[in-house]
Design a protein around this ligand. Structure first.
Ligand code: FMN
Length: 189
């Protein structure tokens, strides 16, 4: 029987950078990682559930009240080896830092055994939103909880302004995930 693939829980919040996240998901599945997706309602206004299901082969989890998926806010937290919020909006970062659990990402974050398994966030937003004291306070609160904050890029932003806040480029993101999960892939061979 073949060994289980490494498991990545890929959580998308509502940024224009969701299209870059889809590219990363495609590359990660090709690299031999089993990916399941979670998306906020705002994320699903940027990319369709059919795209995420097509890329991963599994339906997207976007509503804790979905019939047949009543305990997925716990089950997916137990299933995955690594969780990655990408793109992580200002709103979702602030909600995670506050410990709110009234949406799938927040509920999964609280159900995640953060001392045992890594939880990463990849911020993507306008430079002023990233620099805002509310966002910075949330990042400062999340780090000592054990959350790894991936560096945002500096450059042209979708809004037409320039500064820090670009989502990490998909190639760099994929490389970091493979470093984390690579040993598990190697063990399958
Ligand atoms: C076109 C467009 C692009 C957006 N891009 C971002 C973004 O890159 N980062 C961000 O934090 N918010 C962005 N927003 C705002 C979020 O979508 C909004 O705050 C939303 O409530 C986030 O919800 P969520 O965190 O539950 O996904 C954007 C909104 C629009 C309409």
């Amino acid at each position: 029987m073949p060994a289980a693939k490494p498991r990545l829980l890929f959580l998308l919040s509502g940024s224009i950078a969701c299209y870059k996240a889809c590219h990363a998901i495609s590359r990660l599945t090709q690299a031999g990682i089993e990916v399941r997706t979670v998306a906020t309602p705002a994320a699903l206004r940027f990319v369709g559930g059919a795209t995420l299901e097509g890329l991963t082969g599994s339906p997207v989890f976007s509503d804790v009240w979905t019939e047949g998926r009543a305990m997925d806010h716990i089950n997916l937290a137990r299933w995955a080896d690594l969780a990655l919020v990408c793109p992580a909006t200002a709103n979702t970062l602030n909600r995670l830092a506050a410990g709110l659990a009234d949406d799938p990402i927040g509920a999964l974050f609280l159900a995640w055994e953060i001392q045992q398994k890594p939880w990463w966030v990849a911020p993507a937003m306008n430079h002023a939103m990233l620099a805002h004291p509310a966002t910075q306070a949330s990042l400062a609160r999340l780090r000592p909880m054990g959350v790894r904050v991936l560096d945002a890029g500096n450059g042209a932003l979708a809004c037409g302004e320039t500064g820090e806040g670009r989502l990490i480029e998909p190639e760099a993101l994929v490389a970091q995930v493979l470093v984390e999960l690579g040993p598990r892939i190697a063990r399958q061979v």
